[in-house]
Ligand binder design. Sequence first.
Ligand code: TEU
Ligand code: CA
Length: 548
Amino acid sequence: MTWWRREVIYQIYPWSFQDSNGDGIGDLAGITARLDHLRALGIGGIWLSPIYPSPMHDFGYDVSEHCAIDPRFGTLEDFDRLLQESHRRGIRVLMDLVLNHTSDQHPWFLEARVSRDSAKRDWYYWADPVGRGWRRRPPNNWQAVFGGSAWAWDAATEQYYLHSFLKEQPDLNWRNPEVQSAMEQVARFWLDREVDGFRLDAINWIGKDVQWPSNPSAAGRDRFRMRSYLRQLHQHDRDQPETHEALRALRKIIDQYPETVLVGEASADTPGGPAAFYGDGTDELHLVFNFRLLKARWGAESFRQVIDEWERAVPSPGWPTQVLSNHDQSRHATRHSRGVSERQRDRRARMAALLLLTLRGTPFLYYGEEIGMCDGRLRYRDLRDPYTKRYWPFSPGRDPARTPMQWDATPQAGFTTGRPWLPVSADPDRINVAAQCDDPDSLLTLYRRLIHLRRTSPALLDGEYEDLLPEHPTCLVYRRALPAAVPVDAWIIAANLSPRPQFVELKLITPTCRVHVSTDPLAPLDRPHDGAVLLQPEEALLFRVPPE
Ligand code: TEU
Ligand code: CA
């Protein structure tokens, strides 16, 4: 089985993981110094959010040089050292590849904007205005994801350029073969340095309709959304079919490097769903993020629905992913627990861990998730991300999920000796690595245990997912097992997502099944179960089913 099916992948937000020189910003030497934490956790791969030189308007997703390291994070030598030290510990390293756009400070764009005849002009998208003077308007109604028109006026050459995100992130023209081959060379540069693959940023944006038709407005409630981007149907400004061609070309390159992987990020509402980017399951991306679970409300019915949909969506030789948190969304410990007690929050975080690590597919962990980090409670003056500022305080934004990793209970949480770029979250003292490391009942210990179990159990890795009680309103009960002919372990997961005790009746839970894990550290493992079991409020059990 290839490593990226067997292993859990851990997302590092480089700004926030570990600072090694006291400037308050995380860096590569810091990550290298913390690799043993990751090894002990049992993860098999890290994905680094962008570390390339960047003006940092979008904290690295605005790349101004592709084959170098931003000096804030270190040097190429620091990178090689990180790669070497990771590989030595059996940890693979994925880079973030931002294909849709560059920084407006990238030499390609600087050259493109010099004049309309620039050799690089056509590397980006340009359009003439409609109307003149004060009546001047962009060619259509497209909106940037981060708010406002997706078109920015270039006064020197009197044309608009397209930017799907910030105006400092002009979109690359993927219809231009020179752009494709330039990006292929970037991929090769890092693959030749022995990185193990890429996370592809916002890949469903790379194809657009260059006749520039306007998007239709959204219907119903969406017509009144605060973000102008959400008030439209994105029929023309992304998700066009040539995206698939570009991905097939990239896959051909990747396939020349054994054991490498492409994992893509596509919006949840992409037509046909993000699973479309698996292609036929062999010719586009190896993995595509499933954000459905990340967007789902806490509850058995809503979780079941998104799990079922994703099980059906991924084409058959393809391999699913599972994600609960990332750098763009509220952390799940916070998101699942608005308005509930701290105790309930902890119970939900533990249950979420068990679900994430026992569902079918490659789990992605976001740094700090393993200790139950919550969103930071930030003030406006703490904010750094332009998108978070723009919609503050109506939308939780992204900065709260990006606060420094909590290593210990000192004031800066062991992250820095200086002033951190975002304040350390005021979480309780126990939400840090040092406090949980040797505690058998901690969330960190639970993650370690479950990750170990997943890596070593053929049924958890490769078994089918079978919903055993599809009608149950408050409990999610499923089995992970290999086909019946294979006499190895099987598992039953019984999760009570409600705040009340629940009886689950199920013939398959025979007395020979053994409760292997409870997410409730105080609950007895040897409770009676014979065709039924009593689950505590917000408790999940993992039963080991002996071979028949
Ligand atoms: O995100 C793409 C994406 O869909 C998000 O923009 C999301 O809608 C937004 O963050 C609101 O929550 C990727 C990266 O993950 C994000 O960090 C970058 O800012 C963006 O692309 C542009 O590169
Ligand atoms: Ca630093």
